[in-house]
Design a protein around this ligand. Structure first.
Ligand code: SF4
Length: 138
């Protein structure tokens, strides 16, 4: 009886995530161009569209293969490849680009949607200020 009830239970609305490839597009491209792996993609995280649209990701370093075989996880299992010595530079470049994306979200997208809110950057270094100025120009 209990088993039958569970069989027909639907997941709650908040647990059902919609995948939007258009929302993920920019982040997918950035990660691909920089040769970066993420646990978001490898583990097929259901939050991926929401996180990627907000320029959030969890990098997976030292390759995309896991030596464990956890049955609940989608990450590919096997013997890892050799270490990619360029990875640190690839990750660094991606973080720099994401910084611009974050500045765009706040100082262009959010500001356009909420013109009544005044945004004032404080305690930012020259590099971050440059990102904010670039976002404001578009
Ligand atoms: S950053 Fe978002 S998409 Fe990536 S693993 Fe965490 S919750 Fe999932």
């Amino acid at each position: 009886m209990l088993l039958d009830q569970k069989k027909h239970q639907r997941k709650p609305e908040w647990l059902r995530k919609k995948i939007s490839f258009s929302a993920q597009k920019d982040m997918d491209q950035l990660l691909k161009e920089n040769g970066i792996h993420t646990i978001c993609q490898e583990a097929k995280c259901p939050n991926i569209s929401e996180c990627f649209a907000a320029k959030t990701a969890t990098f997976l370093i030292l390759g995309d293969i896991c030596t464990r075989r956890c049955t609940y996880c989608n990450v590919t299992t096997g013997s890892p490849h050799s270490v990619n010595k360029e990875e640190i530079d690839q990750v660094t470049d991606a973080v720099k680009q994401l910084g611009q994306g974050f500045a765009d979200e706040i100082f262009r997208v959010f500001r356009t949607a909420h013109p009544e809110i005044e945004l004032t950057p404080i305690n930012v270094n020259g590099q971050v200020l440059g990102m904010i100025r670039r976002a404001e120009q578009h």
